[in-house]
Design a protein around this ligand. Sequence first.
Ligand code: PLP
Length: 395
Amino acid sequence: MYKSLQAKLKTQLTEIKEAGLYKTERIITTPQGADIATEEGGEVINFCANNYLGLSSHPKVIQAAKKAIDTHGYGLSSVRFICGTQNIHKELERKLSEYLGTEDTILYAAAFDANGGVFEPLFDKEDAIISDALNHASIIDGVRLCKAQRYRYLHNDMADLEKQLIAAQAQRNRVIVTDGSFSMDGTIAQLDKIVALADKYDASVMIDECHSSGFLGKTGRGTHEHCGVVGKIEIITGTLGKALGGASGGFTSGKKEIIDMLRQKSRPYLFSNTLAPSIVGASIAVLDMVTDSTELRDKLEHNTMHFRQKMTEAGFDITPGVHPIVPIMLYDANVAQEMATKMLDEGVYVVGFYFPVVPKGKARIRVQLSAAHEQHHLDKAIAAFVKVGKEMGVI
Ligand SMILES: *Cc1c(COP(=O)(O)O)cnc(C)c1O
């Protein structure tokens, strides 16, 4: 009895293709890194991974993953509360809390699950969730699963946040929720101002640190360090799948009662398998590396500022900032697509973003810098952008 559903899906898929919105996936045949090979584009240098610290294929990380398989096995075949908690899971939670400057941490299979499972156990219809309009899809889904009253403030707009906080004073408890860094523009949330508003209007603060943990701030702790508010954030969610190793896994970190309640009631934690020992072992090694030395985040910062400066000097329209996400604004969707294709021909893998991923008329190429990039990678990418940009009349 698939006929009617099949017909509907075929029609919708055709519509998606005709609108130019059909997503295809490029096939990589090597480990993730600065130099990769793809089935379609051959050998290219990679500027579109979340591999901010270059740890995705780092020898020390791979070694730690292998060692954890030897000492703790391949998998636990259990959720945490039945028989899925090993000593290394507790060690990783402790190390994350120390790193982030929080009281306790709970692991999830992904940050998507951390965000999906954080609201419902903590807030109900008496409470208010006040969310930045551009927050990540997983935050939006998590809020949907919760009965709290929903308020939305204009992206990064502190005056509007204040208005929403005033409107939410009738509720029992309030939480302000924001991405620490926003993935399309590299914008960093104004956490110092947000914390001040939270104090004034009696609210808690939650930040999603997926594009921040490991490299933002002087020692890489994240947006709260960057903005000088370590210890003043009640809830931090984050991923082990970007800067902090790049495999998978997520966490929620914060006040101990909050984490305790999540262990009792958070559904993606209670009803989903524990994190694999190899990932846990590798993540512990990553945290040791980023705690012992700021070398990688310093190199990332250097690469970021160099790339931003050279591209701006070349005449590209780059949203100013300090984040390794660098949006090269092209405004027109076709221009963004064509430029990404031409860059691949030059051996540089970057991706064009356009509606509906970003607003209409705000098409761009998003470049992501990494500590894995050496000077010759940066030189090659900048030269290719200048060549293609001139060819296309963009600069
Ligand atoms: C990538 C990302 C997530 C999801 O992280 P996973 O661990 O891959 O599920 C959640 N929030 C933000 C802001 C992200 O960028």
